[in-house]
Structure formats: structure tokens, C-alpha cells
Design a protein around this ligand. Structure first.
Ligand code: GLC
Length: 739
């Protein structure tokens, strides 16, 4: 629809019709089988709200969506199409690894491709918008949603957020098979205090504006259709009523012109946060702050009309919000075709599964290998653990994925005729853990009753372990249940589930030749596992093709190439720990490791167990120290950093060359170092390649003591290497000065 006609449509709408566009309802008001991703609470929409609601979340199924759309448009006075939205976080039917795993691939092109397949699959079934990518910088693995983020680094979150957004939307336009993307949760949700879900956030303005806003500043240039407001407050003002954040920074400074949607119930929640005396005041505060869509709270539906009639909210403000929503629907082509993109299902195509397999392989991170991997397929080994015959490779955020589409490791091994002895050993969770985690069907399981679960004879489960001899090799595939990560899944302990820890101990008492494959939605406390494993491969939640990826890597059909997008803490007590923590005084010196009087814990080392950016390969690489030259002058100045990377081993593989910037001295304390570029390079044995990074002057700008931007004149250091803790060399320079 052209702009003139769209404006004419808006001008002909009644106030209720306009307010309807600003309300998003869960699909259950249209289809009882819709997926619920929040609590319905006090939301009791009147008939006009259902008839005029602008968008629906959580519905799927082409036939249902088509039927609901046809009925809705027939009854709508201006026949404005519904926009069907959903949480397509890491795939629709072809499930890719969780975003944290995708980030570990350090391969944005594969992330882009997986998002394209997700968009095509969802769009073919009528879903035209997703609440993804989530770009919340996450340094605390106690927070279950770290799985949904791209990890602890601001720059990596930004790069992967752009890749995913452009995969969903196409380059700067949405249309055809494309779906609307949504940057979330604006902003800083990954810093929830103590990693506790839905908790508040305490960040200095500087850290918030520099590190936690960085991925949003980067990704807003990919033209997201939507930005979602987070639940928490920023400097004590909840985001959904934070005018400075939404109007001045997001729309003003960053130039975001799309639709701002609240998180589920976040507007109504302002009352619970005690910053609104009731739903009417909550609605007023959010509308004044510029939140365009109220997702599933009573506020807008119950009070926006009267607020306009009372003159507290101008109808022109309503028109601005509705205009943005109509433009989003228009960019999706819904006015020309309310079923845009819907066609015979394209789900689970061979190409999509190939892409998911590649991404799953490159997402896995080999953090330890004392020569035991890769295994020889002719060698008879044991495969043990609950994941060898499980399909639980998806996640709580794979809401439309089907376990039936997931092959088990057992099936893959038998399909390849690899001689193995299988010992499932135990369930993923004990009965008590099943109850705690509302596992199984996702509903709280009553005390002592495990749904349809029968009493399990745990000793019988361990049958087969007694056959393991001390020179046998055992591949143990262990890890979290799907229910143990994602939203509403914060953990105070990061240990293996109890039965699996018992199984590990039983195996470790019989042999030292253990390869541990870890399935998880977060970094876990691996210390005890690491001490008694000769190799550890972190597979995260690897998605539909997870089993194939794990078998391929274990048997060396390809080399692991993933790098940690979130470091693995030494223990839970060390959290939060990050490579970009601020520089401190009393710094621990390697020259005097026994010194008590330094910034440390006395009972553990001062470094993570495995740091950000770390990951092993089956081959070896050498990276040369960086060279630097400058180009341009003034604001156009940029520095060019180059180095060479060589495969010095005897098999092919990939290295991720990482480029970090350190501040040598500044008026304010700065992060110890910050990732500023990376490149993944695939090389055959003996081959080498030159890498060059071009970095714009403005990328080195940071806030001074009075929050004024400091641009130039500060001594800086660039290091390159293959992890945040392993530099091949460095070069000092000053932007606006000499190298
Ligand atoms: C949830 C999540 C958000 C999600 C939304 C819709 O509460 O916080 O990430 O997109 O509701 O399901």
C-alpha cells in the first residue's frame, strides 16, 4: 500500500480501532492450542479488544492462522490484517543451536543463513515476526537466558545480532519470505543482579551506555522492525516508562524508527514495581514514554481510551504509534497479501538441515584434549550417559521444534556402523529435579508424582558400567535438561544433575580415558569433570542436527572450531567473571602469585577455568604479532591491523583470529580489554593467510569523567591472538596521534 493510502487508512480509523493496533494478545483468545510464553493474570480483554487487536503471539499452524486471519479481517471495519508474531529464537522447525552456541561459531554468515531458514519456515506457515535476536550482554551463567544471548562480549553480541536480524529481514527491507525482527531486551537485561531472573539491574551509567548498549547501537543500523522493552529498570526507572531511554536515546540518538513493543506484561508490571499507582497510570506512563504495543497487559486495553478522552494522552501520540505499526505491516506486504509468504511448507528442507548441521559443528567448543580425540571409528568404545538415546537437543525456546525430528546419537552411531557399547546409565534428571524444574510437560509436577513417569530402578539404570575396564575409552554425553535454561530458569548451582554426577563418578572409578560431551544452555561448573576427563567438548543445546554434529567431531570427520562466547567460571563462587572486567588496583602479579594483598579469591585461581575466546582444534595454528598502519586523517582516520595465520598442524581446521583493544591510560577506569574485531579462517595443513582489520577512529570513543565523549589522544594497545588470554603480540598507538 502506498504511503498516501496508508495515511488515508489511519485517518479513517476510530479511536478504538487505533488503540486495538497497540494491543498484542496471546493466541489463546483465537486458538486454544496456542503456545503460552507468559502468565495471563488479570488480562480479560473485552470483545472489542479481541476484534481490533493488532497482533497475536504464540499461534502456529498455517491452517489455523489462515482461518483466524480470514475471520478477523472480515469482522474488522477496515479489514486491517493481524500480524502473527512468535518467539522464533533459534529456528522454527529446523532448530539450530541455541544463540549462545551460534555465537561460539564466531561465524556470522552461518548465523545469518540459519535465520534465513527460520524466516522462510515461519513465514511459510503464517508467522511474520519474531522476538529475536536477543543481544543482552550476559556475564552470569546463573541466568538461564544466557542461552538466548550471544554471550559475554558486547561486540560479538552486536555482530551476531546484525547477522541474525538481516537473516530474518533481509538487508534493510522486509518482504516475501522475510519476517520482522525484534531487538531485545532493551537494554541491559543480561546484567540482572545475581543472575536471578526478572531481578533488577544495577549498572553505572557508563557501563550501561558503553558495554550493555553497544550491541543495540550496532544492530539498530540493521533496521530492526521492532525493539522490545525489558522488564527491569535502568537507573531505577523501568524501561517501559523510561522516556529518556526510549525517546531521547533509542529514537533520538540511535535514530530507531520502528515499533517499540513491551515485553510480556511489562507495562502492567509498572504497578507491581510500584512506579505506577494502578494500570491507568501504568498505561499513561508507557504511552508517554513511546511504547507502541502493549504485549499482554491490562493497561492499554483498559485505560488508553479514557486517557485520550481525558486529554492526558494526545490522539496524535496514538496516531504516531499506530502509524509505525501500520508501516511494519505494510513493509511485510500484509495489505497486499494478508497471507504473504504462506505457501506449501518449506520446513526441514535438506538445505536447512545441512545449514543447521554446519552451524552445530562450528558451535561446539573443544576445551580440553589430551590427545584422545579424534577417536578411530574402528576402535570399540563405550558411549554412556542419558543423552546417547535422547532427543533432548532442543531448548525451551524451540517452541515449535519437534523432538521427533531429532536423531539420537545411538541412531547416528548405528547408522555409521561404528562399533560401540551403549550405556544410557540414568535419566537426565532425578525425580526430585524433574519436580523442581517443571520438566516433562513444562507444568509444575506435584510433590512425588512424576506425571506419567514410573518409579525408576536407578541401580538397574547403571547396568553395563561394570563392563568398563581401565583401558577402555568412554564417551560420556551428559548435561542439563532443556527445562534448566531459558526464561525463568536461573540456577544457584551449576553442577551436573545428581544422577549424571553419580554416573560420571562410577565411570571415572573404572577408567581415566573419558571424553565428556556436555549438553547445556549455559557455562556449567565443570571443574570436577575437567579434572577426570581427557577431553571435553561443549555442545551447548545443539538443535535438530546435534547428534550428527557430535559424532562428526568426536570421530574427526571435521575439526572442532568453536571458541567460547562466554567463559567457563572456575566455580559458581567466581561469578560474574569476564575478560572485560574493569581494571583494578591491587592487581595480581604472576611474579608474586602468593601475594594476599591483591584483587583475588584466596581459595581459587584468578582466571576462569576456560576464558572467553578459547577453543581447541585437532590441528595447530600460529598467528604472527600484529602490524599496524594508519589511513585517513581527522574523523576519517582509521587504523589497519594485519597479521598472518598459519596451519602448522597435519590436518585441516579453522582458527578465529581475535583482535582486542586495551587502554593504557585514561581519565577513567576502563575494561581490561575489549574485543573489537575477529575473523574465522579455514586452512589446510601448511597453508597460511594474511588477515587485515580496519577499525574506524569512532570505535575507540568512550565516556570521560563527565560522560563527555573522549575521541583520540589516549594511548591504546591492540593485541591479536586466538583467545582473550593468549596474545600473539601487540602494538601501541594513539588515535589522533602516532603509532
Ligand atoms: C517473555 C520474554 C520475551 C518473549 C516474550 C514473548 O516474557 O521475556 O523474551 O519474547 O515474553 O513470549
Amino acid at each position: 500500500m502506498d504511503t498516501r493510502d496508508l495515511k488515508r487508512l489511519l485517518s479513517g480509523m476510530s479511536l478504538r480501532e487505533k488503540i486495538g493496533q497497540m494491543i498484542q494478545l496471546t493466541g489463546m483468545y483465537f486458538d486454544e492450542e496456542a503456545v503460552l510464553t507468559g502468565t495471563v493474570g488479570e488480562v480479560k480483554p473485552e470483545e472489542w479488544v479481541i476484534r481490533y487487536a493488532g497482533s497475536v503471539l504464540g499461534m502456529d499452524g498455517a491452517d489455523k492462522i489462515r482461518a483466524v486471519q480470514e475471520k478477523y479481517m472480515e469482522e474488522h471495519p477496515h479489514h486491517i490484517p493481524l500480524l502473527f508474531m512468535a518467539d522464533i529464537i533459534h529456528g522454527y522447525k529446523t532448530i539450530a543451536p541455541i544463540p549462545l552456541g551460534q555465537a561460539c561459531s564466531f561465524h556470522p554468515e552461518l548465523v545469518h543463513e540459519a535465520a534465513e531458514y527460520a524466516a522462510a519456515e515461519a513465514s511459510s506457515e503464517g508467522i511474520k515476526a519474531t522476538f529475536s535476536p536477543m543481544v543482552d550482554v550476559s556475564k552470569d551463567p546463573r541466568w538461564g537466558r544466557i542461552m538466548e544471548s550471544f554471550g559475554e562480549d558486547p561486540f560479538l553480541n552486536g555482530v551476531m545480532g546484525i547477522a541474525m536480524l538481516e537473516g530474518y529481514q533481509g538487508y534493510g527491507s522486509i518482504g516475501g519470505a522475510r519476517i520482522a525482527g525484534c531487538l531485545k531486551h532493551f537494554a541491559g537485561y543480561g546484567a540482572v543482579n545475581a543472575g536471578k531472573e526478572y531481578n533488577d539491574v544495577e549498572l553505572s551509567r557508563r557501563t550501561f551506555m558503553e558495554q550493555y548498549m553497544k550491541p543495540f547501537r550496532m544492530a539498530v543500523y540493521a533496521d530492526p522492525a521492532m525493539v522490545m522493552t525489558a522488564f527491569h529498570a535502568v537507573d531505577r526507572t523501568p524501561v517501559s516508562k523510561n522516556r529518556e531511554l526510549l525517546e531521547e536515546i533509542l529514537r533520538g540518538e540511535l535514530g530507531f524508527g520502528g515499533t517499540i513493543i513491551s515485553d510480556w506484561g511489562a507495562i502492567g508490571q509498572l504497578e507491581e514495581q510500584q512506579v505506577a499507582s494502578g494500570q491507568k497510570e501504568a498505561a499513561c506512563a508507557a504511552a508517554e514514554a513511546g511504547v507502541d504495543i502493549d504485549m499482554m497487559s491490562p493497561a492499554y486495553m483498559s485505560h488508553l481510551e479514557e486517557l485520550v478522552e481525558e486529554g492526558r494522552i494526545l490522539e496524535s501520540a496514538i496516531d504516531r504509534s499506530v502509524w509505525r505499526i501500520l508501516q511494519m505491516k505494510n513493509r511485510l506486504g500484509l495489505f497486499e497479501d494478508p497471507f504473504a509468504g504462506m505457501k506449501r511448507s518449506v520446513c526441514l528442507s535438506p538445505a536447512a538441515k545441512r545449514g543447521a548441521l554446519r552451524l552445530a559443528c562450528e558451535s561446539c567448543v573443544l576445551v580440553k584434549n589430551e590427545g584422545i580425540l579424534p577417536l578411530d571409528p574402528g576402535q570399540k568404545v563405550f558411549w554412556a550417559g542419558p543423552y546417547i538415546d535422547s532427543r533432548e537437543f532442543l531448548s525451551r525456546w524451540a517452541i515449535f521444534g519437534e523432538h521427533a525430528d531429532v536423531e539420537t546419537i545411538e541412531t547416528v552411531l548405528k547408522g555409521r556402523k561404528i562399533p560401540v557399547k551403549l550405556i544410557p546409565g540414568c535419566e537426565i534428571l532425578s525425580e526430585e529435579e524433574m519436580r523442581i524444574w517443571c520438566a516433562g510437560d513444562g507444568k509444575p509436577v506435584e510433590e512425588g508424582i512424576q506425571g506419567d513417569r514410573k518409579d525408576v530402578d536407578w541401580q538397574k539404570q547403571y547396568a553395563g558400567v561394570e563392563e568398563i575396564r581401565e583401558d577402555d575409552t568412554v564417551v560420556l554425553v551428559l548435561g542439563e535438561h532443556e527445562a534448566q535454561s531459558g526464561e525463568a530458569a536461573s540456577r544457584a548451582f551449576l553442577d551436573l544433575p545428581e544422577r549424571q554426577a553419580e554416573l560420571f563418578d562410577m565411570v571415572a572409578r573404572r577408567t581415566s580415558h573419558i571424553v565428556t560431551v556436555m549438553i547445556s544452555g549455559r557455562p556449567l561448573d565443570l571443574r570436577r569433570i575437567a579434572e577426570r576427563s581427557e577431553a571435553i567438548l561443549l555442545a551447548w543445546r545443539p538443535g535438530t542436527m546435534g547428534a550428527q554434529a557430535i559424532v562428526r567431531l568426536i570421530y574427526g570427520e571435521e575439526s572442532p572450531s568453536g571458541k567460547l562466547a562466554a567463559g567457563i567460571p572456575w566455580c559458581t563462587g567466581q561469578i560474574p567473571v569476564s575478560y572485560w572486567d574493569m581494571t583494578t588496583g591491587h592487581r595480581m602479579s604472576e611474579a608474586d602469585p602468593g601475594n594476599r594483598f591483591c584483587s583475588r579469591y584466596m581459595d581459587i585461581p584468578n582466571t576462569p577455568l576456560y576464558p572467553f575466546g578459547f577453543g581447541l582444534s585437532y590441528t595447530e595454528f600460529e598467528i604472527t604479532p600484529p602490524q599496524m598502519r594508519k589511513e585517513g586523517a581527522g574523523e576519517e582516520e582509521r587504523i589497519c591491523v594485519s597479521c598472518r595465520v598459519k596451519n602448522t598442524g597435519d590436518s585441516s581446521g579453522a582458527e578465529v583470529v581475535q583482535c582486542y583493544v586495551e587502554t593504557i591510560c585514561a581519565p577513567v577506569v576502563r575494561p581490561a580489554k575489549e574485543l573489537i574485531r575477529f575473523r574465522k579462517v579455514f586452512l589446510e595443513p601448511g597453508r597460511e593467510r594474511e588477515i587485515e582489520f580496519a577499525i574506524e577512529r569512532k570505535e575507540f570513543v568512550f565516556y570521560g569523567e563527565d560522560m563527555e565523549p573522549i575521541d583520540g589522544g589516549i594511548p591504546l594497545r591492540i593485541t591479536v591472538g586466538n583467545s582473550s588470554y593468549n596474545a600473539a603480540g601487540s602494538v601501541d598507538f594513539t588515535v589522533g596521534g602516532s603509532v
